[in-house]
Design a protein around this ligand. Structure first.
Ligand SMILES: [Zn+2]
Length: 85
């Protein structure tokens, strides 16, 4: 029975969605989340050149508000901080 419970916990961890993992990181490691996300934002922004991944002109203002760009920033930040979860 104990092994069965352990297996269940392991499984729950694996089925956490990206959104849940991000929420957990923000909750438990807010400073690390904010710092790393800012770094990732700048790195991805530098990589983009003139156009955003959504096809529009990649002004700083646009990137702040672009849902596609920000989703990518969130995902990359999550992959860098996964060891904290
Ligand atoms: Zn965009």
């Amino acid at each position: 029975m104990r092994n069965f419970n352990n297996f269940n916990n392991f499984n729950n961890f694996n089925i956490m969605t990206t959104t849940q993992q991000i929420a957990l990181l923000k909750d438990k490691h807010f400073a690390a989340w904010v710092t790393t996300r800012q770094q990732v934002f700048n790195e991805l922004s530098d990589k983009q050149g003139m156009f955003c991944m959504c096809g529009k002109l990649a002004t700083g203002m646009h990137e702040q508000n672009c849902s596609r760009f920000n989703k990518q920033v969130d995902k990359t930040t999550l992959s860098r901080l996964k060891h904290l979860i």
